[in-house]
Design a protein around this ligand. Structure first.
Ligand code: GDP
Length: 330
């Protein structure tokens, strides 16, 4: 039986990946922050299969803890998905995002070299490393030009992945994922912010939705498909980095149209533009060319944007109904 460690198992991607690997017969070890374990809300994504995995509280910032973990588990694969993921523009967050994302990647790579050299590692990179791009769509050869400290931290950690691959022959690779959504997406992201708002309206809420730039565009894919790409990347004979994307873009406006349209409403009656949510956007859109991963591993995104958003709205409505029924029963 193959063993896999997933860092950030309780997040959107970690939870889908865990289910995917369990399905394939893996023994799954999920790393979480000690402070998250007793927090029901933070463990919600893995609640339904919690008994089938090993949950390990471990501080990835601490090299000794990471070494001990790898020494004990001796995993075949490690998926490093945990990260400080808030794309912040606030000065005070810079250092912690930088040190966290770089140090944790370093500790895992050096842990593999020290105690578990045959372990293969997937690193969750990000389209944010392209930042202010000059070319569209982006490929694996597009120059990096991050605009956020999050993007810079992912670029630095990816450089370390390449360096360990060359220096120590470690099987490590980076997936440059573009935005990917699902009913498990965090509420701070615009997709979930909108779909949960629409669900609230259906159940009688009467507030307005405050948003930023409606003309902003993203390459939005479906998270359960992206974890399949991650797994495929660790099954080939040589480690290679890939763009994981749909290759198409949609605007926040289109997203609103689909989400409100799903329940027969017009978004223009419910939204309000709030400058607080405006962000500096780059002129050239971030959109990925995923032809390399299709050519090598036959992976490509297939679920359409309209369906992804429709499912998210439905899942939010169902969850709210369950909650209100629960209250009524109580
Ligand atoms: P990310 O910025 O790519 O990590 O993903 P988000 O889901 O947070 O944002 C996607 C796009 O939606 C960005 O271009 C935002 O500028 C735009 N956007 C517009 N209004 C909002 C909002 O109220 N919240 C968020 N999060 N994004 C917004």
């Amino acid at each position: 039986m193959k063993k896999a460690i997933i860092t950030g198992i309780n997040g959107q991607d970690g939870s889908y990946l865990a289910e995917y690997l369990l399905e394939k017969g893996y023994e799954v070890y999920g790393v979480v922050r000690r402070s998250s374990i007793e927090n029901m809300e933070k463990m919600r994504n893995i609640q339904s299969f919690r008994e089938r995995i090993h949950i390990i509280p471990c501080s990835l910032e601490n090299a000794l803890s990471v070494y001990k973990l790898f020494d004990k588990v001796q995993p075949d694969e490690c998926y490093h998905l945990a990260a400080s993921s808030f794309v912040s523009y606030a000065l005070e967050d810079d250092l912690s995002i930088m040190t966290n994302n770089f140090t944790t990647t370093h500790n895992i790579l050096s842990g593999i070299v020290e105690v578990c050299p045959s372990c293969r590692m997937y690193f969750a990179g990000s389209s944010e490393i392209f930042g202010n791009v000059q070319e569209n769509p982006q490929t694996e050869d597009t120059p990096y030009n991050p605009r956020s400290v999050y993007g810079i931290s992912k670029m630095a950690a990816h450089s370390l992945i390449k360096n360990y691959r060359e220096r120590y022959n470690v099987y490590a690779c980076t997936g440059f994922t573009y935005n990917h959504e699902s009913p498990r997406r965090g509420h701070a992201f615009v997709t979930r912010k909108i779909t949960s708002f629409v669900a609230g309206l259906v159940l009688g809420a009467k507030n307005k939705l405050e948003l930023g730039n409606l003309d902003a565009v993203r390459d939005w894919g479906y998270a359960p498909e992206y974890v399949d790409a991650m797994h495929k990347m660790l099954q080939q004979s040589v480690p290679k980095d890939y763009i994981i994307a749909t290759g198409t873009i949609h605007s926040v406006r289109e997203l609103l149209d689909i989400a409100f349209g799903k329940v027969g409403l017009d978004y223009q009656d419910f939204i309000h533009i709030n400058e607080e949510f405006l962000r500096p956007e780059s002129g050239v859109p971030l959109v990925g060319d995923a032809s390399a991963i299709y050519r090598d591993l036959e992976w490509r995104a297939s679920k359409q944007f309209e369906e992804i958003i429709g499912d998210m709205v439905q899942a939010d409505i169902d969850a709210l109904m369950d909650k209100s029924n629960g209250k009524r029963d109580a």
